[in-house]
Design a protein around this ligand. Structure first.
Ligand code: GDD
Ligand code: MG
Length: 362
């Protein structure tokens, strides 16, 4: 991870927003929620838990709506991951702020909120210091991006105080490139302005409301790594960035881009195959004779490449079978997909029942 202080915030609790259906990640999210989509063969949320734990934040509430049982069954009470999890399930989506209000009983002090699809190395301890120094009611993390169209745009003054919050404005109305990065530090009393059991958003409701009420809302600018993984393209980019060591995950440490990582000795690699790093090869993989993997590439557990198959820059999930002489490049292949011999797949996401093309960012 870059530039993180490692200071601890042990008394601070976190709420993670994981209720959305992950529409822009379809078809990958047709049967699993965004939080379980694997990044380097580990469910996305495990990276987030490791990140929070790095700051000593272990008491975490997950706010759920889409496929809540799948998430609960996987993470349980959190002990396996070194965190204590509480669950707040919405019968109907309550929106981002409504979801946190619904978890109100969990909160007793200054707390952190994270959009569940953001991967970042923002220094939470430094952000909390900034929040306290400004005696803020709410602090919003801000990231500079070239294209603001998919984000909330946040105007601040010279002291960092937020003047305006505009969710996804048309390009002509975006007056700055600083966007809401989806990590907030909040005082519990701001939730008094959020109606109970009602769909209500931070972005369109609470933040503009706090500003209208003259409350102290600050923007914390940071320049580290940040990625909203909520689209196929950005999900693909995150895997590449981690493999290429552009950023690191506290779950796995920073990878060496010149290495092929084997997650287990339980792999069957034919000596005539070639694996060019960076790559991660999961437990139980079989790589047949003459097969070639050219990184950045992730091969999920129990997946196989038959004789002469080639994979170039791809994210392959578990139990995928790639038939002999098939060619895959710049693609995401989800669990259990069978690629026919001689198949040719490029620039798309594939599930057992659907294929969707993706525009890959270079
Ligand atoms: N519990 C719950 N209930 N969670 C929700 C709900 C809900 O009704 N609606 C959305 N979420 C969760 C999603 O699962 C996701 O983790 C997070 O809230 C943000 O929702 P997205 O759907 O990913 O929003 P976005 O990416 O379009 O925009 C948001 O994130 C941007 C930064 O990535 C906004 O906060 C923007 O202002 C911001 O710039
Ligand atoms: Mg998002």
């Amino acid at each position: 991870m870059n530039d993180i202080s490692g200071n601890k915030l042990p008394k601070t609790k976190a709420v993670i927003l994981v209720g959305g259906p992950g529409t822009r990640l379809q078809p990958l999210t047709d049967s699993i929620p965004k939080s379980l989509v694997p990044v380097l063969n580990r469910p996305f949320m495990e990276h987030t838990f490791a990140y929070l734990k790095h700051y000593g934040v272990k008491d975490i509430a997950l706010t759920l709506n889409y496929l809540p049982d799948t998430i609960k069954d996987h993470f349980g009470d959190g002990r396996r991951f070194g965190v204590n999890l509480s669950y707040y399930i919405e019968e109907e989506p309550l929106g981002t702020a409504g979801a946190v209000k619904n978890a109100g009983e969990f909160l007793d002090n200054t707390f952190v909120v994270l959009n569940g699809d953001v991967f970042t190395d923002i220094d939470l301890a430094d952000m909390l210091t900034f929040h306290r120094r400004n005696n803020a009611a709410a602090t919003i993390s801000l990231k500079w991006v070239d294209d603001t169209s998919a984000f909330g745009v946040v105007e601040t003054d010279d002291t960092g105080r937020v003047r305006r919050f505009i969710e996804k404005p048309p390009a002509s109305e975006a007056t700055t490139n600083w966007i809401n990065a989806g990590i907030y530090i909040l005082e519990p009393d701001v939730l008094e302005m959020v109606p109970s059991n009602t769909h209500y958003m931070f972005e369109r409701g609470l933040f503009p409301g706090l500003l209208d009420a003259g409350k102290r809302v600050f923007g914390y600018e940071f320049r580290g790594y940040w990625m909203d993984t909520g689209t196929l393209e950005y999900y693909f980019s995150l895997n590449n960035d981690l493999l290429l060591s552009k950023t690191g995950s506290p779950l796995l440490g920073k990878l060496d881009a010149a290495t092929v990582y084997y997650e287990s000795d339980d792999v069957d690699i034919d000596p005539s195959s070639v694996i060019i790093p960076p790559a991660i090869i999961g437990r139980g993989c079989r790589i047949g004779s003459g097969a070639v993997i050219t990184g950045p590439a992730v091969i999920g557990p129990d997946s196989s490449l038959e004789e002469g198959a080639s994979v170039t820059n791809a994210v392959i999930w578990d139990k995928v079978r790639i038939g002999s002489k098939a060619r895959l490049s710049r693609c995401i292949i989800s669990s259990g997909v069978d690629i026919a011999p001689d198949g040719d797949i490029a620039g798309c996401a594939v599930t057992p029942s659907k294929t969707k093309s993706i525009f890959i960012h270079s």
